[in-house]
Design a protein around this ligand. Sequence first.
Ligand SMILES: [Zn+2]
Length: 160
Amino acid sequence: MRRRYLLSAGGAAIGSIWLSQYLPERSQANSRVGAKFEINKTDDEWRKILTREQYDILRREGTEAPGSSLLLEEHRAGNFACAGCSLPLFNSKTKYESGTGWPSFYASIENAIATRRDGSRLEVHCRRCGGHLGHVFDDGPQPTGQRYCMNGAALKFIAG
Ligand SMILES: [Zn+2]
């Protein structure tokens, strides 16, 4: 009896932790779905203009394999723009080598991105089209201390 009691009490505790984490995230996710972005396209329209990898990341919050992005080796001056809508998101001056295998920046261009709580992480998406870009962490270099960990496939480089 004692064992059964402990098990059910443990289950209830896990359940309430699960609910408290899940519910706020769920409601935020719902508000994001309902959010109006400047650029709105249907899934079919996105599929037509994006590669399969771009679509999986930007529209389905996928993650590319670390070390797979050609942008890791992009060291020219210019902007990294949203692969979905071309809005400039990061300037090359803020790019740095994080050692993670994903293109990393310590700051975004002003008014270019938006964030959403994603469990223990902060999800980053394009302010204009809502495309998923990656996550931001607070273990980056100075001057901001932030690390924008981006999927290279969600970005396109525009030199200049
Ligand atoms: Zn965009």
